[in-house]
Design a protein around this ligand. Structure first.
Ligand code: SAH
Ligand code: SF4
Ligand code: F3S
Length: 446
């Protein structure tokens, strides 16, 4: 680049994007680039999400606010899911953008930025991804994401992800195990295995082929860390996976199992591949097999054709499953998906009203779940200082519940601590530190 090789990254969307941003950072760093603020940077890179309209609106707002930088000569690059979906249309809508790159192009980011200096460029090819030698600039030293599958083959009728992330592919087991090993050597205490549907992880080498085997193998090799995974798909979440969670000490007792809707008619129109009774029986098995499991979910209201009766079934399922927490969304059309072509669109006002009724219920379940923990001693991993109160630490239990506790002299970031839970709020637990468990590097001491 003619100017200094400095970049800024602005990331939207899910953990896949946050992790892609770490890879982009790592690749650019390895090519001699330095990170800085958007105002100072020679190149501003935005990683986008298009799963819901609101994500797109937030991105466009930010993109147009960057136009003055362009006048100073800053290169503007837009990558990720919305870039994959819009391609050239994005250049038409925002002609000041220099580079549009898709979800499988970021390994070439350094080269693409150089090329975009010569004129606007759009790189969207869905090549297969090979992570083996990709560096990553991790945002946290004690916690890391590890991709185990990319893409998604499920084509739930409302969802844009399979169109923008491409076909599902599982990484070789040996590669995943090696990557986790390198992270553990680096002092990482928690890994989060990533995929749109981790339960369908499947490889045929080394006699080990499925997600449950991967959990057991990682747990055997690295017993001292915490292992999480996201996202599970109810259709593929089987008893073997539940047993692997229960039997493997390293694997945390938290399952995020998106329900989406409670009515069988709507589940079928969503092409989710399960009925409500099957979901309920999996939840019963899970609670029996994995003692004390924390169960979270995603739910959508206002799918085309959703009646008041369908919505009541969603409320009923939420009651019966007693979710510990839920992310709730209003359905919106994603052009190109099957659901976007369905009749019976639910008016915005009705969607909003249902969302509020649902959120009232899920909030009360979350409060009850948190209150249930009061009086226990929980092992937690400290993430850093509380965002609201710098006099407290922010930490997470094995069940992924947030805990705040008073800060002392010592820096506990990235440490396992035992906390006695003294009270519960709406979103978080409060407690007192009762002891530090195994400091980083202890295993190197005589
Ligand atoms: N792979 C994961 C996450 C997909 S996106 C899964 O299968 O669950 C995260 C959540 O966004 C979904 O679970 C769904 O609840 C929501 N979502 C996806 N498409 C949507 C749409 N068109 N409108 C509203 N919410 C949507
Ligand atoms: Fe979308 Fe369904 Fe795939 Fe999740 S499983 S990413 S909701 S298509
Ligand atoms: Fe994630 Fe949004 Fe893409 S949810 S996969 S960044 S569309």
């Amino acid at each position: 680049m003619s100017k200094d090789r400095t970049y800024a990254l602005i990331t939207y969307g899910c953990q896949m994007n946050l992790h892609d941003a770490e890879r982009i950072g790592g690749i650019l760093r390895a090519s001699g680039w330095l990170e800085t603020s958007p105002e100072e940077a020679a190149a501003v890179i935005l990683l986008t999400c298009c799963v819901r309209e609101s994500a797109e609106e937030r991105f466009y707002g930010r993109l147009f606010s960057l136009r003055p930088l362009k006048e100073k000569g800053t290169l503007i690059a837009v990558g990720g899911c919305l870039a994959q979906k819009e391609g050239l249309r994005l250049l038409e809508r925002a002609p000041f953008v220099d580079l549009v790159f898709g979800t499988r192009q970021y390994p070439r980011i350094a080269h693409l930025l150089e090329e975009a200096e010569k004129g606007p460029l759009c790189a969207l090819e869905m090549v297969s991804l090979d992570y083996t030698d990709l560096p990553a600039e991790r945002r946290e030293r004690f916690r890391a994401w590890v991709t185990i599958t990319h893409g998604c083959d499920n084509f739930c009728s409302y969802c844009i992800v399979p169109f923008v992330r491409g076909r599902e592919a599982s990484r070789p087991i040996s590669e995943v195990v090696e990557e986790v090993g390198r992270l553990v050597d680096d002092g990482v205490k928690e890994v989060n295995l990533l995929g749109q549907n981790v339960n369908s992880y499947r490889r045929r080498e080394e006699g080990k082929s499925r997600f449950a085997d991967l959990l057991r193998l990682l747990g055997r090799e690295y017993p001292g860390i915490w292992i999480r995974f996201t996202t599970s798909h109810p259709r593929d979440f089987d008893r073997d996976i539940m047993s692997a969670i229960a039997d493997t000490e390293a694997v945390c007792e938290h399952v995020h199992l998106p329900l989406q809707a409670g009515s069988d008619r709507i589940l079928s129109a969503m092409r989710r591949g399960y009925r409500s009774d099957e979901y309920l029986s999996k939840v019963a098995d899970l609670r029996r097999i994995v003692k004390g499991v924390v169960l979270t979910t995603d739910i959508m209201v206002g799918f085309p054709g959703e009646t008041e009766d369908d919505f009541r079934r969603t409320l009923e399922m939420v009651q019966r499953c007693r979710f510990d927490a839920a992310f709730t969304f209003m359905y919106n059309d994603r052009p190109g998906t099957a659901a976007a072509r369905l009749p019976g669109k639910v008016p915005a006002q009705v969607k909003l009203e249902r969302l509020e009724r649902l959120a009232t219920l899920t909030r009360s379940l979350t409060s009850a779940s948190l209150a249930d923990r009061v009086g226990r001693v929980e092992k937690v991993l400290v993430e850093g200082l509380s965002r609201k109160d710098p006099g407290r630490w922010r930490a997470r239990t094995r069940g992924n519940q947030l805990v705040h506790f008073p800060k002392g002299e010592e820096d506990l970031t990235g440490e396992f601590v035992e906390v006695s839970i003294t009270s519960a709020g709406s979103w978080s637990l409060y407690g007192q530190n009762v002891g530090l468990i195994g400091r980083r590097g202890d295993r190197d001491l005589p």
